[in-house]
Design a protein around this ligand. Structure first.
Ligand code: NAI
Length: 314
């Protein structure tokens, strides 16, 4: 069996000073990647900063014979993102891999959520992904090679009480990936998303210790690392991983129902058709927004049956 290697590849892992990011960084480095270990070194709610966390992981990597440099910039500003990419360029000359992993939590029931806590969580998770990925993407485009992994959450995909800010940010990165997979395709840049479940300081108080023991971050990293590999042909997918389980989550759309376009449907027709409108049997995934529009509307306008999700009206 041939080994999946990262020799000659340069990786940025944000928030790699602990938890999942640390595990991703250690795994990539153990397989030959040179790694920028980025971490602001603050607390779980994004306050404070320090160099310890990133330094420690760099020491671990070097101790195991790997190569890494520490970076202490916050992902939540454009200057921070630029600086993180510059760290990679200065130390290693290019960027091949970005894992957008840095994260914080500021949970609060929606009616009590302060604007500052909304803004900060979006700044780290969503704007942070933009801040780091854009300068890296420009380099990747020039080199016609790149692997990008975003980090979403079940809280974004499905919702979680008290996490409107976090859920919104986490689902937003899926949208970012959906378009980036298209913009990167011509340049061999693949973008995917991981929805992890792991014991870390973010989850330390929401699951009992016996469960947390079975959810080591190291159990998530193989999926993430594979998505960063040269041989990975996947792009635009959301993978779930935790405790040794791996799967895929996807946005699909049902077949729907055509109620005619000579006049607007009545509210009563909507009510009476709701079961059919909601029906998800025969649901399909779409490669892009045009493919979805073609399948859902265009073919019906022509009186043809629903097209498959290829973007080509049948
Ligand atoms: P963690 O708290 O151990 O790791 C997050 C890291 O990001 C920390 O080391 C922190 O210092 C760093 N960080 C925070 N703000 C930063 C900033 N502005 N710039 C640079 N670094 C910053 O937590 P964990 O669980 O390892 O989280 C990693 C990612 O996985 C996060 O995006 C989180 O939302 C996501 N996630 C984790 C889940 C879990 O079960 N642990 C579930 C779903 C998503």
């Amino acid at each position: 069996m041939s080994e999946v290697r990262f020799d000659g590849r340069i990786a940025i892992v944000t928030g790699a000073g602990g938890g999942l990011g640390r595990a991703h960084a250690l795994l990539l480095a153990s397989r030959g990647a040179k790694v920028v270990v980025n971490d602001l070194g603050g607390s779980r709610d994004g306050t404070g900063a320090g160099t310890n966390m990133a330094d420690q992981v760099v020491q671990e990597i070097k101790g195991a014979g790997g190569e890494a440099v520490a970076d202490y910039h916050g992902v939540d500003t454009a200057q921070g993102g630029e600086a993180i990419v510059k760290t990679a360029l200065d130390a290693f000359g290019k960027v091949d891999i970005v894992i957008n992993n840095a994260g914080i939590l500021r949970d609060r029931a929606f009616h009590n959520l302060a604007e500052e806590d909304w803004d900060k969580v979006l700044a780290v998770h969503l704007k942070g992904a933009y801040n780091v990925t854009q300068p890296a993407f420009r380099v990747m485009r020039q080199n016609s090679y790149g692997r990008i992994v975003f980090t979403t959450s079940a809280a974004g995909l499905y919702g979680n009480f008290g996490q409107t800010n976090y859920s919104a940010a986490k689902m937003a990165v899926v949208g970012m990936m959906n378009t980036l997979k298209q913009e990167g395709a011509k340049y061999n840049i693949k973008a995917n998303t991981i929805a992890p479940l792991a014991a870390s300081r973010l989850t330390a108080d929401i699951m009992p210790p016996p469960v947390l023991e079975k959810l080591k971050p190291e159990l998530v990293s193989p999926m993430v690392a594979y998505l960063c590999s040269e041989e990975c042909a996947e792009s635009g997918s959301v993978f779930t991983a935790g405790g040794g389980y791996f799967g895929r989550a996807a946005i699909v759309e049902g077949q729907g129902v055509f109620l005619g376009n000579e006049r607007p449907s009545s509210l009563e027709e909507i009510r009476d058709s709701l079961a059919k409108i909601k029906d998800m049997s025969g649901a399909q995934e779409f490669a892009n927004a045009n493919a979805e529009g073609m399948a859902r509307v265009f073919s019906r306008l022509q009186g043809a049956p629903a097209a498959s999700g290829t973007g080509q009206p049948s």
